[in-house]
Design a protein around this ligand. Structure first.
Ligand code: NAD
Length: 339
């Protein structure tokens, strides 16, 4: 198939080219992010390949279909950025990479916890300045602490396994409890119970209309003072402004983010020569107890290999008219109204 690959970075091209040796697709790499303005670049391409911050709203999908596109291949697990109702109306097939490396994301979530708790990010800078004072670096033992895991799917289960290894008590919330997590000692409780009793809360559920701003002023008020909040899932699970208020009051003690609700205009680009105009994001960066990474949790060699191999296998299967288990089925109840 002729495929226009949007938001291409050097690593995407390297791993897709390697995987394509067994598929032989015709890949055109575009650095541009897919937006209303760039959608016409896909004219004449049967398939487009998109990443997490590409715009897959109804107007963009309409332009793609007008240009002859029939297949949308996501090189991500999350598909919250696709207007699935519009895709279904337009007859677009949508495929994704459901699980490429749950270890990559779960391990990054744990890295954020360890760094925030033991202030590694601050210690790194201090030692380089010749400052060996310990003041402000006090952490706590993770052993015996209570970790709340929201969403115990593929990533949440790996995360649960790791924190169980630290000797943490685990509370879990998921509409579909997972036997492996129960075996690891997780207690499935209501979200309110989890918010009230956790020292650390990690978000591993998808972004849906139901989970949008799951963390807000009301739910933060239920949490323990000094709680650590970790989000490696999707930015809009958290109401960032409410979270900043809670950081200012000390209610939230630590915040670790790999995702941010307005990340599309920031992440994956080198903006070090520019002024950041997002005041909410800039405020986040002023807190010593906030650690932000730019959507890098997935970024391991194993994950990139899996993403490339699965993306191209999905496209090959669609081209051959085979059933594709990784097709995103459109459940309007989940997809919500057309955006
Ligand atoms: P998954 O589908 O395997 O698991 C998600 C789990 O969340 C499921 O068990 C589901 O039942 C549960 N869930 C759904 N709604 C819920 C709710 N309201 N409350 C509690 N639980 C709920 O997905 P996964 O592969 O584990 O990925 C989880 C999320 O991680 C993805 O949706 C994606 O947004 C994010 N992700 C981030 C990165 C990154 O680089 N930062 C990479 C991959 C995935």
């Amino acid at each position: 198939m002729r495929i226009a690959v949007f938001s291409t970075k050097g690593h995407d091209q390297r791993y897709l080219d390697a995987a394509n040796t067994v598929h032989g697709h015709d890949l055109t790499y575009l650095e541009a992010r897919l937006t209303r303005r760039t959608a016409t670049l896909a004219d004449g391409y049967e398939a487009i390949c998109a990443f997490v911050n590409d715009d897959l709203s109804a107007p963009v999908l309409e332009t793609l279909v007008k240009g002859g596109t029939t297949l949308l291949a996501l090189r991500s697990a999350g598909f919250n950025h696709v207007d699935l109702a519009a895709a279904a109306d337009l007859g677009l097939t949508v495929v994704r990479v459901p699980a490429y490396s749950p270890y990559a994301v779960a391990e990054h979530a744990v890295a954020l916890i360890l760094a925030l708790n033991r202030k590694t990010h601050r210690a790194y800078n201090r030692v380089r300045e010749g400052n060996f004072a310990l003041q402000g670096l006090l952490g706590y033992d993770l052993h015996g602490r209570t970790v709340g895991v929201i969403g115990t799917g593929t990533i949440g289960t790996v995360f649960t396994r790791i924190v169980a290894g630290f000797g943490c008590r685990i509370l879990a919330a998921d509409p579909y409890p997972n036997e492996e997590c129960v075996q690891l000692g997780a207690d499935y409780v209501s979200l309110d119970h989890l918010f009230r009793d956790s020292d650390i809360i990690a978000l591993h559920c998808p972004l849906t209309p139901q989970t949008h701003h799951l963390i807000n002023a009301e739910t933060i008020a239920l949490m323990r003072r000094g709680v650590m909040l970790i989000n490696t899932s999707r930015g809009a699970l958290i109401d960032t402004v409410a979270t900043i208020d809670a950081l200012k009051s000390g209610h939230i003690g630590h915040l670790g983010l790999d995702v941010y609700e307005e990340e599309a205009d920031l992440f994956f680009e080198d903006l070090s020569d520019r002024v950041i105009t997002d005041d909410v994001f800039s405020r986040l960066l002023t807190f010593p107890n906030v650690l932000v990474t730019g959507h890098q949790a997935f970024f391991t060699e194993e994950a990139l290999e899996h993403i490339a191999a699965t993306t191209l296998a999905n496209i090959t299967a669609v081209a051959a008219g085979e059933a594709v288990p990784n097709e995103v089925s459109v459940d309007r109840a989940v997809a919500g109204p057309r955006k």
